[in-house]
Design a protein around this ligand. Structure first.
Ligand code: MN3
Length: 209
């Protein structure tokens, strides 16, 4: 398992891994865990509605918008589709803190943010302080390959041009409100500390640098 993650993958394999499209249509990628697998940090009902209703709707609207050529809806729903697909892939029951040590992404984070603790602090600050609906994302700037933290409004605003997200946390209220109500801070800390699959983040990072 660990060995296969160490192998560099290309863009085609990354597309297959994320499962964004099939046969020319964008599709809803299935979750690789059960709806209750992320309990108690993300509850079953939230995960089911979030994946099967919210994400599914973005995929449906993206395919419609592409047929009509509606650029605004393509940006909103296309970004929503990419960010959600990545979010599901970046989560794993129980997280994998021990496996994270020594991964290329973790070494790069240490260098870019002067240590993992500083990165964690800044990422959580970005996630907690988004005004309204949005995302915190760890992104790679494609020219310099630098790691940056993006605070994305809605799905598509405030991104660094061309930057590729490699790890995301959804902070739209639909991602946490059933369980956490207004306590977004508790939700983002619970996800970051307990559910992030750093081996997957590493795999995606390696495909892009
Ligand atoms: Mn969402």
């Amino acid at each position: 398992m660990v060995k296969s993650f160490c192998k560099k993958i290309g863009a085609k394999q990354l597309n297959e891994f994320l499962g964004l499209e099939k046969g020319g249509e964008f599709i809803l990628p299935p979750l690789s865990y059960e709806y209750n697998a992320l309990e108690p940090h993300i509850d079953e009902e939230t995960l089911k509605i979030h994946h099967d209703k919210h994400h599914a709707k973005y995929v449906e609207e993206l395919n419609k918008a592409l047929k009509k050529g509606d650029a605004g809806k393509i940006a909103f729903n296309g970004s929503g589709h990419v960010l959600h697909s990545l979010y599901w892939k970046c989560l794993t029951p129980g997280g994998d803190k021990e496996a994270a040590e020594g991964l290329k992404i973790c070494i790069a984070i240490d260098e870019a943010f002067d240590g993992f603790d500083t990165f964690r602090k800044r990422f959580l600050e970005a996630a907690k302080s988004i005004q309204g609906s949005g995302w915190a994302a760890l992104v790679v700037e494609p020219t310099t390959k630098k790691l940056m933290i993006s605070q994305i409004e809605k799905h598509q605003n405030m991104m660094v041009a061309g930057a590729s997200p490699i790890m995301t946390i959804d902070v739209w209220e639909h991602a946490y409100y059933l369980k956490y109500k207004n306590e977004r801070d508790k939700y983002v800390e619970a996800v970051f500390d307990n559910l992030i699959n750093w081996q997957v983040v590493d795999k995606i990072y390696r495909a892009l640098i």
